[in-house]
Design a protein around this ligand. Sequence first.
Ligand SMILES: [Zn+2]
Length: 302
Amino acid sequence: MVTTDPRPSPWRKVRLALLLAVLAGVGIKYLLVRRAERWVPDWRATQQVTLVLLAPASTTAEERDQLERLTRFARLGDDKATLSALEHWFEVELGRYVARPGFRPVQLRVSGAHPYTGAPPPPPRAGEALAFKDRYRRTRDFLGWYEERLKDVPGRFPSIVFVTFYGVEAAHVFQGVHSVADRRSRRGFVFAPLTDQGRDAALINVAHELLHLFGATDKYDGDQCVYPEGWVEPFREPRLPQRFAEVMAQGIPVAAGRSEASLDLFEAMRVGVETAREIGWIDQARRDRYYAGDASAGPRLD
Ligand SMILES: [Zn+2]
C-alpha cells in the first residue's frame, strides 16, 4: 500500500511563502497604481507644478533667437501669451465656478530650457495597434528618456510637465507625436516647434496635459467635440456657432456637420462643467443639476 507523507516538505513551504510574497507585492503595487491614477488635487492649496523646458542643443542663429524669446516667455512674459498668463487663466477659470478672490490655484515653476541631443523615443499613440510587450517597452523607453532629463532639475514638485521644443530640421521626427500625459507618474509631455505659433500651441497643451494630471479626461471624438461635455455652452441658443473651446476638447463647434474650428489662442479656452467636476472644482450634484438644464450651476461666462 502506498502512503503519502502528511507533512509538507520544507521546499514546498518555501515555494508557498514565495508565491504569497509575490502575490502580496502585486496586490500592493496594484493598489498604489490605482491610488495614483485616482489622485485629484486638494484645492485648498495652490498646486505647484514643475515645468521643464527642453530645447535642442544644436541650434541655428534663428533658433537661438527663438530660444531666447522662449526663455523670456517662460521667465518674464511679454505682450503675447505667457506662462504667467496661463497661471492667471487657471485663476479666472476657477473663479467662474467658485469665489476664491486672490487665490492662485496653479503655480508653474520653470526649469530650463535644458539642451538635449537626439530625440526622445516616440511614445505609443492612442489607438496604435501594438502588442502588449511592445507598448510596454515603448512606454518604458519614453518615460526613461525623460527621467534622465530630470537629473538637471533639482527641487521639483510631484506634478511635472515637460515641454520639448524642436527646430524645423527635426519637424519630420516630431510630426504626429502628440502631447501626452501619464497620470500614474504625474508627468505630462508637450511637443512644440520653435516658432511663434509653437509657443501658443505649447501653452494650450500645457493646460490640457496638466488638467489630465489633475484628473480630467479627453472630450473629443476624432475631430468632433463630445456633446455636451466637450462644449462650453451646450445649452446656448442658438447652439451654433459656439464662442469658446472646452480645454479637454480643444475645438470650437462652429456649424453642424463641420469639423471644429481649431483652438489657436488660449484666451478662447474654457474649463467646461464636466472637467470642473473631474478635477474637483465642483461636486457631482452641481454637475448633474447643470446637465439637467439648470444654467445657474454652470460657469459664469462673460
Ligand atoms: Zn488629452
